[in-house]
Design a protein around this ligand. Structure first.
Ligand code: UDP
Ligand code: MG
Length: 341
């Protein structure tokens, strides 16, 4: 890419800040300001800011385009519709050209100032520096408790240890990014995928701030889907649950048979029991449907994987022609599928 060559010519390492944005018109201006300030303080590096507009229905994209007029290092990828946070992050990673990539939310919950500490760790030789939330200001008790519980539960299931209480706020070196880009899976749980990749990883504790403005874009429905993606992408243990449930109910049935026979032989009464029968039938029905449902979840995922559709569709790209010296209006309308296919 042209802009990379220019930065390299200056002998500076390029850091890409990747920001997924979905209906963030209340905060995006402030976020860009704070990031621009950060870039100014770190003279030894060159920066690019890659914003992915994930099909926002408000003025986010217009605000981003207006900012791009004055910020030569701002690049924008606009999706054709809302594809979801994890896919937006993926598109940002695909589009970023930096020696290191930092994923950061648009709502200033991840303090941009922490990025300088991440860069320092990267210079020490770490490949992944992930932020660990020591506290979560301004989030509902339900969200805090469910998140804590979820990460611990996920770790008991997952075949790779996934760091507790992390989000996507992290710095990744180019080698890690290249591996991540080669992972084409659709149901993406980026924080887990990065843990799976390995290399030298370290934690950086930070206090998660309150959302600067606007509302969370993660309603319960999206949170549940995200949690399912985490569990089903990183574990096949739920499939084994069917075996466990089957064995348990078979054992219960054996006990029941032994009990009924013993009664019949030693006291010559039959076990009476419409109630017992109904309980047994309903229990077995429940166990079978639950097992089927779990299998169905995995099959659904196999189905969407084999369709091999592109992960996302780009509507417009702004600012990829290079820094300020090239005309800013050069907007490429492209329907090129993602690099994953
Ligand atoms: N986001 C996105 N697409 C979505 C939902 C969220 O790109 O469908 C972005 C959002 O703009 C923000 C980040 O993902 O930058 C995290 O979302 P949010 O702050 O709403 O989640 P929370 O912090 O409440 O978990
Ligand atoms: Mg947030």
């Amino acid at each position: 890419m042209i802009h990379e060559k220019i930065f390299r010519a200056q002998g500076k390492k390029l850091i890409s800040l990747v920001i997924p944005c979905y209906n963030e018109q209340e905060v995006i201006g402030e976020t860009l300001d704070r990031l621009a300030q950060l870039c100014k303080t770190l003279h030894d590096y060159a920066f690019e800011i890659v914003c992915v507009d994930d099909g926002s229905r408000d003025k986010t994209y217009e605000l981003l385009c207006a900012a791009a007029e004055t910020m030569p290092d701002l690049r924008i990828v606009k999706f054709s519709r809302n594809f979801g946070h994890q896919i937006a992050v993926t598109a940002g990673i695909d589009a970023a050209g930096g020696d290191a990539i930092v994923l950061i939310d648009a709502d200033l919950q991840d303090p941009p100032e922490i990025v300088s500490q991440m860069i320092a760790k990267w210079e020490e030789g770490f490949d992944v520096i992930y932020g660990v939330r020591t506290s979560r200001a301004g989030e509902s008790a339900f969200k805090q408790v469910s998140a804590r519980g979820f990460y611990r539960f996920l770790n008991t299931l997952s075949e790779v240890p996934i760091p507790l209480d992390t989000g996507d706020f992290r710095l990744m070196s180019r080698p890690v990014v290249e591996v991540l880009k080669s992972m084409p899976e659709r149901h993406r749980f980026v924080r887990g995928m990065v843990a799976w990749i390995g290399f030298k990883q370290t934690a950086l504790p930070y206090e998660r701030a309150e959302r600067f403005a606007g509302e969370s874009k993660y309603p319960l429905r999206k949170m549940v889907r995200f949690a399912m993606d985490g569990i089903l992408s990183f574990s096949t243990k739920p499939l084994r649950l069917a075996v466990g449930l089957g064995l348990t109910s078979a054992a219960l049935a054996m006990l029941g048979i032994a009990y009924a026979l013993a009664l019949r032989i030693f006291s010559s009464v039959w076990v009476e029991g419409w109630t017992a029968l109904m309980i047994a039938v309903l229990f077995m029905g429940g166990v079978q449907l639950l097992s089927l449902g779990i299998i169905g979840e995995y099959i659904g995922r196999i189905y969407s994987e084999v369709k091999r559709r592109p992960l996302y569709i780009v509507d417009e790209k702004v600012g990829f022609a290079g820094p300020a010296m090239l005309p800013r209006k050069a907007r490429a309308k492209s329907f090129a599928p993602s690099e994953h296919r």
